[in-house]
Design a protein around this ligand. Structure first.
Ligand SMILES: *Cc1c(COP(=O)(O)O)cnc(C)c1O
Length: 493
């Protein structure tokens, strides 16, 4: 062995060797994480933001240390000051504690480092992703011609769905090929429709697609937070009357704040009749497809042109992991670009880059593969059932309480509530009080809860995602919130 390779070799894993340094480092990492989890009694350390920043900035990146010392630094400085997603009072966002199967899958994914763009970089992995995609298409009953691809999450899935919609529309409209020729001369007339509770990534996608955020027309929602289908039809008619071109309608299966599921069947029908693509953003509620009890709420999803599913939310996967599924696989053709070095024309073996906007791509499909084998779709389904039931029980707790009032009946697994109004504070001061309350709970490390606005009023928000939660966890959480709120109210009065 030359001196060059001997010097560099210590940093890598090797074939035909015992790889003890790797084993030792992994073992040490796991032991540190385990010890941290065992001792943790709060969702966050409570270290003040400016102190945290200073401590991290003090790490000298120009000085190297043995990996075991680096692991120790990461443990003390970063892991200890992370949000602990396993804590029952980490309950703000669609931010899940990952399944053990998913964390273990990450070890395989990282060490094998297969790249999903071409078969020659990922032979088994390519088939695993395709098997998982086929399983998903089957689960969502998208039919024989359906296909899909793993993505980095809901944002990328929504962007891809709408990108395919745009290209499909131009081809249908006047056989214009956007992939080759760019936006057509009627590009400024293209419109995307969604509800006023849809995820902001619809607007972001429109901007990235060269249509601009103003190309998104939002339609009002009913009292349940679902898109108002009568208003949707009227909006389409009005746009067409102005010589504008509605190209796609986005229905949301589970809005981020209210958990509202649009009437998917009706939206898909309206889209079909209007000559539009139908895209379903199932990043949150799409998981209900595995629940025997609640699956019917997704009726119509099987008729959509494209569906976004997000596994790093209700499927309990490590970040990142998502998929876009489409009804007619031919629509992936507008993404196809042959590169002589990677995916030549006429390649017999499948290259997943053909249907992805990414090139080098993670083998995230393995996480869902291992989850299905080790946990199973049925158990995942019952986890959602239990979460939804628990959400109803917590809603009942809030309704009984004198201190808090519920914003609206929960539809999925989010709860919006605020302090019961006192009458002495202005609306603005009352909003500010809730903001301060949330921030104090976070920075003290007591609880990680969310806030959002509904009709100008600030509400606190719980997102129940952790299927290990019990009603007792909420009793202690409400006590913490009450204590902090009472203190704040005393300071004001
Ligand atoms: C989370 C979410 C997204 C964005 O997905 P990411 O995985 O965060 O990129 C889009 N739509 C809805 C409804 C979501 O809840």
């Amino acid at each position: 062995m030359s001196t060059y390779s001997r010097n560099h070799a210590q940093y890598f894993m090797h074939l035909g060797a015992n790889n003890r340094p790797f084993e030792y480092a992994v073992d040490l990492t796991q032991k540190s994480i385990n010890a941290l989890f065992q001792q943790a009694d709060k969702p966050y350390s409570g270290l003040a933001p400016e102190q945290l920043k200073a401590q991290l900035e003090a790490v000298d990146l120009n000085k190297t240390e043995p990996l075991i010392d680096v692991i120790s630094t990461v443990n003390h400085l970063i892991a200890k000051n992370s949000i602990l997603v396993q804590h029952p009072h980490t309950i703000a966002h669609l931010h899940t504690p990952p399944l053990i199967a998913s964390v273990v899958a990450e070890h395989f994914i990282a060490a094998l480092n297969q790249s999903m763009d071409s078969w020659d970089q990922a032979p088994a992995a390519t088939y695993v992703e395709q098997i998982m995609v086929d399983w998903l298409c089957d689960t969502y009953q998208l039919g024989k011609n359906s296909d899909g691809v793993f993505t980095s999450g809901g944002t990328q899935s929504n962007l891809m769905g709408l990108l395919l919609a745009r290209d499909w529309f131009a081809k249908k409209h006047n056989n214009h090929n956007i992939q080759q020729d760019g936006l057509p001369e009627y590009g400024h007339k293209m419109r995307l429709l969604c509800s006023d509770k849809s995820h902001f990534t619809v607007q972001k996608s429109a901007a990235l697609m060269g249509l601009g955020e103003r190309a998104v027309v939002t339609v009002k929602t009913n009292i349940q937070g679902q898109i108002d289908c009568t208003a949707l039809q009227l909006t389409i008619d009005a746009l067409k009357a102005q010589d504008l071109l509605p190209i796609a309608i986005v229905a949301t299966a589970g809005t981020t704040d209210h958990g509202a599921i649009d009437d998917l069947q009706q939206v898909v029908n309206i889209a079909k009749n209007a000559g539009c693509w139908s895209h379903i953003d199932g990043a949150y509620g799409g998981a209900l497809m595995l629940s025997k009890k609640h699956k019917a709420r997704l009726k119509g999803i099987e008729s959509a042109d494209s569906v976004s599913v997000d596994f790093h939310k209700l499927f309990y996967q490590t970040i990142s992991c998502g998929a876009l599924l489409i009804k007619d696989k031919n629509n992936f053709n507008t993404l196809l670009h042959h590169a002589d070095y990677l995916n030549r024309e006429g390649d017999e073996l499948p290259n997943l880059v053909d249907k992805s906007i990414a090139t080098t791509k993670r083998f995230d499909a393995l996480k869902m593969f291992m989850t299905l084998k080790a946990v199973g779709a049925e158990t995942l389904g019952t986890m959602f059932d239990d979460l939804l039931a628990l959400t109803q029980e917590v809603a009942a707790l809030i309704k009984q309480s004198k201190m808090f009032s519920l914003c609206c009946e929960p539809l999925l697994s989010t709860l919006l509530f605020r302090l019961t109004e006192q009458g002495t504070l202005t609306d603005e001061a009352f909003n500010k009080l809730h903001q301060t309350l949330r921030l104090q709970l976070l920075t003290s490390g007591d609880a990680v809860i969310a806030e959002t606005k509904v009709d100008g009023k600030l509400f606190l928000k719980f997102t129940l995602l952790n299927p290990c939660l019990t009603l007792n966890d909420f009793d202690s959480l409400f006590i913490k919130i009450e204590l902090t709120a009472t203190k704040l109210l005393q300071e004001i009065n």
